[in-house]
Design a protein around this ligand. Structure first.
Ligand code: FAD
Length: 406
């Protein structure tokens, strides 16, 4: 069944293009901050920096609205960060789907648990809305524009911006924020910023299906196998978003469609729709689990997934990306006034400590997921003692609570 696309997406994109056209079309030669990458971390940080008075250029290599492989579940922590910011007004106008339940399928009987209030919202809409929020704050946005760091001097970083039409511009920014996700190349010419790929890192795959009534609205449906897992949610327009993290070996062995079919086949409730799901046009990511030794350099801060990433089972990537934008904000503003290396060290420490408990939970969950016996034991424990689940869910979904303590 074809679903008529609601007009808010078209309206949002029209607003976005109109606001962009009002800007100068030439990339400026200088700015306070260049933010490279317009995912949640980059778009939100750019907006907040501009709101605080900095001159900000946000560049994005893709054309918006763009699809992004993601489970599209905005956790409670992410919702609370946005609700407390100036973006709340725009976001309130977007008809996202309230999410308050997660169902785990690994066998005959699914296990169902409640979740603190989250939202399901397609990334094309969410990310465009955040960029639009930035435009309202005075951010200069350049899409179809790929950033690459050239050099850093005493006073500024020089970044090459290449347009899809081959045009090259060089911009001098007092501060560069790298927010280019797990596959970005903004600082890839600099060995200091090399990613370390963790062993047994999985590959992310994702697609959007037109509709699937069998997938309950308002619930994150997780289908599990020892070699991968898949999350399905209904989006704001009735379509179903599918996203999975899968062992590279399984993908090699069965291909993408085969791997999807295999994971879903372990749950009898998917019988009606799994072949349709397997036949969709799936896209893939680079290896997911990775980390960077350094999240700062001279006049450079690295934020969001670009700073490192673990498997997405706990669905907290966007919350972590927004939280890192919020945490780094005062440091970037100080650095615009006067760069000093302690600001970078401070960011390194904050980045590490902020993620410690989340990373610990992610790591425990990830290693359990590779072991079906442990999953089955954990499932039984959680079913018998739901209070443990409540504790775990609130730990992972704790609201952002951070001013930066200097
Ligand atoms: C399978 C899967 C499922 C997931 N499910 C969830 C979920 O349900 N909930 C959740 O919260 N998180 C989920 N995540 C994680 C979430 O998608 C990320 O954590 C989040 O998108 C990180 O935001 P970011 O802004 O750091 O990076 P991104 O969203 O990746 O944005 C980076 C941007 O930078 C741009 N870019 C890259 N290189 C350049 C360049 N050189 N110049 C300019 N622009 C550039 C990219 O085009 C992109 O737009 C999932 C991830 C995967 C892989």
């Amino acid at each position: 069944m074809m679903i008529e696309r609601p007009d808010y997406e078209a309206r949002l994109n029209a607003d976005l293009s109109a606001a962009q056209q009002r800007q100068e079309s030439r990339v400026p030669e200088r700015c306070d901050v260049l933010v490279a990458g317009a995912g949640p971390a980059g778009a939100f940080l750019a907006a907040e920096l501009a709101k605080a008075g900095a001159s900000v250029v946000l560049c994005e290599k893709s054309q918006f609205p763009r699809h992004k492989i993601c489970g599209c579940c905005l956790g409670f922590a992410a919702v609370s960060i946005l609700r407390d910011s100036g973006a709340s007004e725009i976001l309130n106008q977007l008809p996202s789907v309230p999410l308050n339940r997660v169902k785990f399928f690994f066998g005959q009987t699914p296990l169902s648990f409640s979740l603190p209030d989250g939202r399901a919202l397609s990334r094309s809409v969410l990310d465009s809305a955040l960029v639009f929020y930035g435009l309202q704050q005075g951010v200069s946005f350049y899409q179809n524009t790929t950033a690459r760091l050239q050099s850093v001097s005493n006073d500024f970083a020089t970044i090459q911006l290449s347009g899809h039409d081959g045009a090259l511009n060089y911009l001098k920014a007092r501060i560069l924020v790298v927010a280019d996700g797990i596959a970005g190349s903004v600082v890839s010419d600099f060995s200091r910023f090399e990613f370390e790929i963790l062993s047994h890192s999985r590959i992310g795959i994702g697609c959007v299906m037109e509709s699937c009534d069998a997938v309950e609205q308002g619930t994150i449906n997780m289908y599990y196998d020892a070699r991968g897992y898949l999350g399905a949610v209904r989006l704001e327009d009735g379509r179903t978003n599918l996203a999975a993290a899968v062992d590279a070996e399984l993908l090699k062995q069965l291909g993408v469609g085969g791997a999807v079919d295999h994971i879903l086949s372990l749950s009898p409730s998917t019988e009606r729709w799994r072949s349709t799901a397997a036949a969709q046009h799936w896209r893939g990511t680079v290896a997911l689990s990775r980390k960077r030794k350094h999240v700062w350099g001279e006049r450079i801060f690295v934020v969001g997934d670009a700073g490192g990433y673990l498997e997405p089972f706990t669905g907290e990537g966007m919350s972590a990306a927004l939280a890192s934008a919020k945490l780094v904000l005062p440091l970037v503003l100080d650095a615009v006034n006067e760069w000093s290396p302690p600001l970078g060290h401070r960011w390194q420490t904050l980045h590490r400590s902020r993620g410690t408990s989340d990373r610990f939970i992610c790591r425990v969950v990830t290693s359990m997921l590779h072991n079906p016996r442990m999953v089955s034991v954990a499932a039984r424990v959680l079913q018998s003692y739901p209070a443990i689940w409540t504790q775990l869910a609130s730990l992972v979904n704790k609201p952002y609570c951070g001013e930066v303590k200097q």
